[in-house]
Write a protein that binds this ligand. Structure first.
Ligand code: NAD
Length: 438
């Protein structure tokens, strides 16, 4: 694919109604993207069903939620949770008595990791065990779900899984440098990809963020066939990331956070949707804008493009409500800082030769560079410091708005989706918000 395929019109729901079932494939966190979809499904009167990734005991054994955890998770979701652990990835799987991939990384240090080699035959054994574990648990989840959905109902499966960073001390230190380090603390993302450590991590990202979607589509084939055979329909959505078009210099232009190491897994996720689509399954990856969530907070600077949404709100004929968002953002800044100053800083940031060099869709996901880290992390720090309180940022407010807009966009579009991969750029997000708040 040479260019993004955007969603260009505000969709309507022609399918989902009271009594249909919405299945969240991933856990729901406070600031997570999935909240937008769950809210929409609830408003449509759908029954909400969730899953859990499970919890790990001290010896790393994976277990279901206990009664207290289950009650809290169900209250948070507002629906029933099928309590079979669906942790994706293989970082803590191994043949009995043998080291897990995470344990294999235990010997690596900040001094040695670039040259340290892994036993790939052993990694492969662990990977196969992790995949089998996941698929077996998924089969159990699907058997229970099958009993919960009556013939002729429509089902919406919303995949939200992304992650796979192994809990190895050495990697946490490296991640801190790659995603947060500048100057002497800068570290090249390419060095990570060239190492055995990086290759292992990419495999794990693939499992968690991409292959789990494929397993979901395959694992629900029997339910899909039964429902389709009795007048119902089944849809699948997943959250992708592949850069976003935002307003720069008065026109929408594609840009991206760099280095998005998970990008290879996200492209694999897109391929999974295309393959399913070609086989007649309505599965759509929605490539979503950069927002701040539990998962994205590690990437310092990923939130910068989000601030341009303010301009898109006005550009897309936002009225009083859009103006009120500007005012709410102004109120978060220190008294001697104007919102216009922040926006001008961002324009200069995006216009810089360094940032322009990364606006190469075909080359995505490009490795980071020291100049980029200096500029982006510097700009992020500087803008945070312009706020009254670093716990109440413009990007907190705008993140909430973006996830609010993605809910109806994804939910409604999935009733009759236009394709397997769609970008939700700032234009459509702003139009959806302006319409909701008109
Ligand atoms: N935050 C962003 O800027 C952004 C942008 C575009 C797309 N997305 C995507 O949106 C989706 C939701 O992410 P979010 O940013 O809202 O954060 P989040 O932390 O709320 O959600 C992460 C999800 O991944 C699941 N997960 C994590 N590790 C897992 C594992 N090993 N096995 C199974 N599930 C696992 C969690 O249960 C949760 O449902 C992800 O696919 C993410 O890549 C996020």
């Amino acid at each position: 694919m040479n260019s993004p395929s955007p969603l260009t019109r505000l969709p309507q729901n022609h399918l989902f109604r009271q009594g249909d079932v919405f299945v969240l494939f991933g856990e729901l966190f406070g600031r997570g993207y999935a909240n937008g979809l769950v809210n929409e499904a609830r408003q449509a009167g759908m029954e909400i069903v969730g899953i859990t990734v499970g919890r790990r005991d001290d010896d790393n054994a994976l277990r279901p939620l206990d009664d207290e955890e289950l009650a809290a998770a169900e209250a948070n979701l507002g629906g029933r949770i099928i309590n079979v652990p669906l942790m994706a990835g293989f970082d803590l799987d191994a043949p009995a008595g043998e080291p897990t991939p995470t344990a294999m990384l235990g010997g690596m240090t900040l001094k040695t990791w670039m040259g340290d080699k892994l036993d790939w035959a052993h990694v492969e054994k662990c990977r196969e065990i992790g995949i089998r574990r996941f698929k077996d648990s998924l089969a159990e989840v699907m058997a229970r779900l099958d009993d919960m959905v009556a013939d002729g109902r429509n089902v919406f499966f919303a995949h939200t899984m992304a992650g796979g960073i192994p809990k190895a001390k050495v990697f946490l230190a490296i991640a801190n440098r790659i995603y947060k380090g500048r100057g002497e603390r800068f570290m090249s993302s390419q060095a990570l990809l060239d190492s055995d450590l990086g290759k292992l991590i990419l495999q794990n990202f693939d499992e968690v963020s991409a292959n789990s979607f494929e397993y979901l589509i395959d694992g629900s084939a029997a339910i899909r066939a039964r429902l389709e055979g009795t007048g119902g329909q089944v849809r699948y959505s997943a959250y992708g990331y592949h850069g976003t078009e935002i307003l720069i210099d008065g026109r929408y232009q594609w840009q991206t956070y760099t280095n998005y190491t998970q990008g290879y897994a996200k492209m694999r996720l897109e391929r999974a949707a295309r393959t399913a689509w070609a086989a007649g399954v309505k599965a759509t990856v929605y490539n979503c804008p950069e927002i701040r969530t539990n998962s994205s907070d590690i990437f310092v600077g990923v939130e910068l493009p989000l601030i341009s949404l303010l301009k898109a709100l006005k550009h897309e004929q936002g009225g009083e409500w859009a103006e009120a968002q500007w005012q709410a953002c102004r109120a978060l800044l220190q008294d001697d800082v104007t919102l216009e100053t922040v926006l001008e800083k961002l324009e200069a940031f995006h216009r810089s030769a360094i940032m322009q060099g990364f606006r190469d869709f075909a080359a995505w996901p490009m490795p980071n560079s020291e100049a980029l880290a200096d500029l982006m992390i510097g700009a992020s720090d500087e803008i945070v410091r312009m706020h009254k309180d670093n716990k109440a940022l413009i990007t907190d407010l705008l993140s909430t708005l973006v996830l609010e807009a993605t809910g109806p966009l994804m939910f409604r579009e999935s009733s009759a989706p236009g394709g397997p991969v769609l970008w939700l750029n700032h234009d459509i997000i702003a139009r959806q918000l302006n319409q909701m708040h008109a």
